[in-house]
Design a protein around this ligand. Sequence first.
Ligand code: NAD
Length: 435
Amino acid sequence: MQKRRTARIPGFYRLPLGERLESLVAAGWLTEDEARSISGPAAGGFDMEIANAMSENVIGVHALPLGICLNLLINGKERVAPMVVEEPSVVAAASNAARLTREGGGFTVETTGSVMAAQIQVKGLAEPTAAAQLIQAEAPSLLEAVNALIPNMVNRGGGAREIETRVIPLPSQPEARMLCVHVHVDCRDAMGANTLNTVAEGLAPRVQEIAGGEIGLRILTNYADRRLVRVSCRLPPESLRTKKWPDGGLVRDHIVDASRFAEADTYRAVTHNKGFMNGLDAVLVATGQDWRAAEAAAHAYASRTGAYGPLATWRKDREGFLEGEAELPLAVGTVGGAARAHPGVRLSLRLGRIEDAADLASLAASVGLASNLAALRALATDGIQRGHMALHARTVAIEAGATGDLIHRVSTTLRSEGCFRLERAKEILKKLPED
Ligand code: NAD
């Protein structure tokens, strides 16, 4: 009988690398072959030929560490999330915060579907509003024409959903308004950029026939505001205690204050959102997603009221629990893009037991909310520098020239001294015997 997979592996971070992999194999998250493929000399198994085919002017492969966020409980299910990130403390922070959320039942997530939009710009129209009406009158035949361009997507249950027309004034010449036709397409488990671009270019001649004018740009919008993910969690105040802050209720109140600060101030909101995207982006990079598109959409959504605000907000609920929630557009795919070719991406999708695009969005958004919680809890109590610098010590030790065992020995001394300067790391290294 297969053992029930758990996302709780206490003491995981203290295990040596090899034992961490063994524990993931034992817990059923990785097979032995998979564990071998992400460690050892050919880590990632990323063939130069694949790399060469994926990009241009390729001269090599640039690796980043693959970590794992444990402790996730999402919609009642045990989950782990692959995370690729160069910044120390992001993975540890997300894992710790995910553990805290379990006491309140973990994360609850929902998504609003997988509809993306292509934009077809029509310029030089004397009467753009009248042209928009002509387009609307032809909407049924335009939807059919879209479906004819993407028959496989239709067979999968996706395809054209709506033709929307928008008349947009140009700020510099308000009299020269343009028409923009939005074609909404359900692209199922694909991120959809190429699919939507095919639709935009394929439908543009028909749009011009109907509307007249001159066709301008034809491309998807990355502002995927019909493809939202909503994530929330609730934590009893006791779970927020730290050694130095035994009153969890006080920690909760400070976190709520920190949320209100971000709601009131753009300077704070940007950093608040950076903390959220720390976790979310790391999952996107591990799973080969277009994280630039996700970033652009997230920040536009954070500004949807006209002022830039926090993606995640925190409040005290009626029972005194800390309640956090976030909503953002997230266009991700489990087919196409890098998932096709990159073996590391395919492994991450398997490791996270990611079922489809909506499931990937749910996982990434949960890790985002966990990261935001970790940052706020640290900021609201001890500050982030102590924990952050402790992890940073390893990077300083490597920069000073330490290798193998010496990395641990130098970083331990740096931590015990509370000094993280490169010069000091070099002095410590010089004094250590090389045995
Ligand atoms: P894609 O071109 O690989 O298309 C997805 C393919 O998967 C389609 O051929 C589809 O038929 C197939 N498919 C198989 N099973 C499917 C399923 N269950 N659901 C949906 N499709 C299924 O990829 P894409 O998602 O159209 O585009 C994503 C790529 O485009 C990314 O690599 C992205 O970086 C890139 N891109 C992005 C932009 C942008 O502005 N964000 C612009 C251009 C290209």
